[in-house]
Design a binder for this molecule. Structure first.
Ligand code: SF4
Ligand code: SF4
Ligand code: SF4
Length: 305
């Protein structure tokens, strides 16, 4: 007999990077292994081999194919608690960017066959829209980030099963960003910059200034804090992987960014479909499309939620 937590780690449509972050606990993983039995890892086993009595399952990746959906519903039945792991699971993430297009457009672009339709027939049918995990099953805790920070994996294990005791920050990233705000702290009548810049165009002497003040689009204004500013602290603008802040009404991360920056940057230069897709909705487009009713999810299956 063991009183260790039976943990499984499953993967839907993902790059498996979240799992690498799990391993990035380094020596702290020894303390974690004292508390858990890792009973299943999808790296080496099929998901149908997940035991029926798992305590806690981390599910990484978005729900993008019919098999992903089947797997998510099946795993929900097998685990007492489900943790939505990483930006792809929590918000659709990078795979969710395809929600701007139809499946036919995606296949024709990826597997072009001249003038005709793509003849690609993959092992899994792509769902019409990529879904976030919490939109198809009940999840007990959501770990944002691309990937989540290792400390948050540890917090989930240490607080099991009282996940409400884990206090993830809820403000925007700007609240924990150490870069200086100068113009943004005073009422201004002009754009902080007349040009949208790439980070490599910046003067090094301004390294300690907020990116927006330097004319670089930074998603921190509409992104949940909690990563410790791991990009901005190494002079890379935030791309929003912690998703929108959890407050009601803040779900549309892209709209939040456009709204925040429209009076300080000449955003007209940015508003092409591809710019919107690659920047302001890079991680959370599925959250918006999740809100629309999705016919491929059977209503009975949704009752699992
Ligand atoms: S959240 Fe990032 S690291 Fe995790 S599976 Fe998605 S793309 Fe990979
Ligand atoms: S916009 Fe970006 S650089 Fe500026 S304070 Fe917010 S997170 Fe920091
Ligand atoms: S700074 Fe932004 S993109 Fe970078 S890890 Fe934090 S939330 Fe993610």
């Amino acid at each position: 007999m063991t009183d260790k937590i039976k943990v499984a780690y499953a993967i839907l449509t993902s790059c498996t990077g979240c799992k690498i972050s799990f391993l990035d606990m380094h020596e702290k993983i020894l303390g974690v292994l004292d508390k858990i039995d890792l009973v299943y890892s999808q790296m080496v086993m099929d998901y149908r081999e997940v035991p029926d009595d798992v305590d806690l399952i981390f599910i990484e990746g978005s729900v993008s194919t019919d098999e992903d959906l089947e797997q998510a519903l099946e795993l929900r039945k097998k685990a007492k608690y489900v943790v939505s792991t990483g930006a792809c699971a929590c918000f659709g993430g990078i795979p969710g960017m395809r929600n701007f297009y139809s499946v036919d457009e995606i296949l024709e672009e990826t597997y072009p066959v001249g003038d005709g339709e793509s003849t690609f027939k993959g092992p899994n049918e792509l769902m019409p829209k990529v879904r976030s995990l919490p939109s198809v099953i009940k999840t007990d805790f959501n770990l944002p980030g691309c990937p989540p920070i290792p400390e948050n994996f540890i917090a989930v294990i240490e607080n099991y099963p009282n996940f409400d005791q884990i206090e993830l920050p809820t403000k925007t990233l700007c609240a924990e960003c150490s870069l200086k705000k100068v113009k943004l702290l005073s009422p201004i009548r002009e754009f902080t910059s007349l040009k949208i810049n790439n980070p490599y165009e910046l003067d090094e002497e301004d390294d300690d200034l907020c990116f927006l003040e330097r004319g670089v689009l930074c998603m921190g204004v509409a992104t949940r804090s909690g990563c410790g500013g791991r990009c901005v602290s190494v002079n890379v603008p935030c791309r929003g992987c912690f998703g929108p802040p959890p407050q009601e009404g803040s779900e549309d991360q892209g709209a939040g960014v456009i709204s925040a920056i429209s009076s300080i940057l000449p955003t007209g230069r940015l508003l092409t479909k591809e710019d919107m897709l690659g920047l302001v909705y890079r991680f959370s487009l599925s959250v918006i499309t999740d809100l629309q009713k999705y016919s491929a999810v059977d209503e009975k299956e949704m009752e699992v939620k």
